[in-house]
Every structure is written in structure tokens, then in C-alpha cells.
Write a protein that binds this ligand. Structure first.
Ligand SMILES: [Zn+2]
Length: 282
């Protein structure tokens, strides 16, 4: 699932490529992907795109007509700029065909249709609940801002970090990476973190996300791959030695993913039960 770093790099690359380009046709191949009726998608036809921006994990395709397309990728949605023929592929849900023979396309892997798009004028954009509800962006937050964002209502750290209403843009992968870098236990309660814990969280988030953004920019590209190309310390590395202390990284399995952590560095040597108990820990 794409998270802040990959989406940030994608938006920068897309903005370079599409700004100033006119939209020749705007098509919702799967009409249900578009969750708004007014303005119609054809309002983008003839418009010049001005930028593709990101807020949290939402993408905002902006135009010079005062309308923006807000795209929610969910877990399997992918956005990218492709030759128009490729953009007419089976997985495409919505595409904006540009004057230069390419198209900005939203596609979705698999068969579940969860990705969505909203076409909004500037006023509606300011009030769009998925945007208005988002917490602050995590890079550059101070320790006390982290505390304000995550402490209440009381939750497990692992859960709170991935709640976009508390702090935007972090998902399963970078939550695990940040907690490992900060030496914080995934299931510690947010009300129980010390001042030092919040300070470590703030600097770990800056380091982990900053490096990941830099790496995603290096990889570059104007289309999203099936799977993100990432360099991770713990995510996806259960059973391997911890890069910091050498202890074996442990996992907790959930229905759709696993959480990986170092029992020694993060949890005083204690291992959590390796089982699916997502209902208790969501
Ligand atoms: Zn360790």
C-alpha cells in the first residue's frame, strides 16, 4: 500500500510532467468510482492541469478551471501517467487523456472496488470531509505536537500512528519503521509515553520518512508499481536479525498483514503472541 513517501515523490514527478497540459477527454470507465455528480467529470475537458498534490494519502489533481479531482487510492488503487493505449487497460477505473498522447489514469489491482474519486470545486474542496478530517503532516512535527496528535483518545501506538485523523500519511510499513527507529513498543498505550518517548518518536519519524522520500525521489517515475520499491529495516523482515542489536525480529499476524518489531530494542525483550487478534488491537 502506498504511503506518504512514495506518494510525495509521485506527485512531484507527475506535477513536472502534467502541469500546463490540457485534458482532451475525461472518462470514468467504472462510473461508480466517481462519487460526485456535480460538477460532471467533463468539466475537466479543455482544462489545463496545474499540479498533482498530496495531502495524507489523498491525491489532488488540480486544474485551471477551479475544479480538482481528489483520489483516494485505498490499498490497491494506483495512479500514473501512461501512454493512452496502456491507460485504456482493463484495470483502469478513470482516466484523463491529455493533449500529448498520454493519460493520467487511476487503476485498481484485484477485484475489490475500493478506490474512489471526487471532483470538487474550490469551495467544496475546502470542506471535503476526508481532507478536512486529516491530522497534521508528520514530517517536521515537534514532540509536543506528536503528543497532541496521538495521545488522546487513548490507543495503542501502532494503531494511532496509522490513523490519518491523528497524523496524516502513515500506514503499516512506515508505522513499523518509525516505532523501530524510535525503540518504542508497538502496543504501548499512547497515554503511557514519556517525554523522552515523544522526542524519540518525533526524530524517528523525521529520519525514517525523510530518507524514504529521498529514496522514492531517486527511484522516480510517473507511474506506480504493483509493489512499492522500499528499503526497510523491519517491515517484511520477520525472522531476520535486527539491524541494531542482532536479535530475531518478531511478528504479530493480522488478517491482511503482519506487524514486525524487535522484542529486544522495542519491548524489553518481551515477545507478543504471534497470532491474529486484530479485533483487540485495531
Ligand atoms: Zn533490536
Amino acid at each position: 500500500m502506498p504511503e506518504l513517501p512514495e506518494l510525495q515523490a509521485l506527485c512531484e514527478a507527475l506535477t513536472d510532467e502534467v502541469s500546463g497540459r490540457r485534458v482532451e477527454s475525461a472518462v470514468a470507465v467504472h462510473p461508480a468510482v466517481l462519487r460526485t455528480a456535480e460538477p460532471p467529470l467533463t468539466a475537466l475537458e479543455g482544462a489545463a492541469l496545474t499540479a498533482v498534490n498530496r495531502r495524507g494519502k489523498l491525491l489532488l489533481v488540480q486544474s485551471d478551471r477551479g475544479v480538482s479531482l481528489v483520489v483516494h487510492l485505498m490499498s490497491a488503487g494506483r495512479m500514473g501517467l501512461r501512454d493512452v493505449e496502456r491507460a485504456r487497460g482493463r484495470q483502469t477505473l478513470l482516466r484523463l487523456e491529455l493533449e500529448d498522447g498520454r493519460a493520467l489514469a487511476l487503476r485498481e489491482l484485484g477485484t475489490k472496488r475500493r478506490a474512489s474519486a471526487h471532483l470538487l470545486d474550490d469551495e467544496a474542496l475546502g470542506e471535503h470531509p476526508p481532507l478536512a478530517r486529516l491530522g497534521p503532516e508528520p514530517i517536521g512535527l515537534e514532540a509536543d505536537e506528536w503528543r497532541r496528535a496521538l495521545e488522546h483518545p487513548r490507543a495503542r501506538l501502532h494503531t494511532a500512528l496509522r490513523d490519518g485523523r491523528r497524523v496524516a500519511g502513515i500506514g503499516r510499513c512506515y508505522a513499523s519503521e518509525i516505532m523501530w527507529a524510535a525503540r518504542l513498543a508497538p502496543f504501548t498505550m499512547t497515554t503511557g509515553l514519556s517525554d523522552d518517548g515523544w522526542t524519540r518518536l518525533a526524530s524517528a519519524a523525521d529520519a525514517v520518512l525523510g530518507q524514504a522520500v529521498a529514496r522514492a525521489r531517486e527511484i522516480g517515475g510517473v507511474d506506480m508499481p504493483q509493489r512499492e520499491k522500499r528499503t526497510t529495516a523491519v517491515h517484511g523482515h520477520a525472522g531476520e536479525p535486527c539491524l541494531r542489536c542482532g536479535a530475531e525480529l518478531a511478528r504479530v499476524s493480522f488478517a491482511e498483514y503482519e506487524l514486525v518489531y524487535c522484542p529486544d530494542c522495542q519491548n524489553d525483550g518481551r515477545r507478543y503472541a504471534d497470532r491474529r487478534f486484530s479485533r483487540l488491537t485495531r
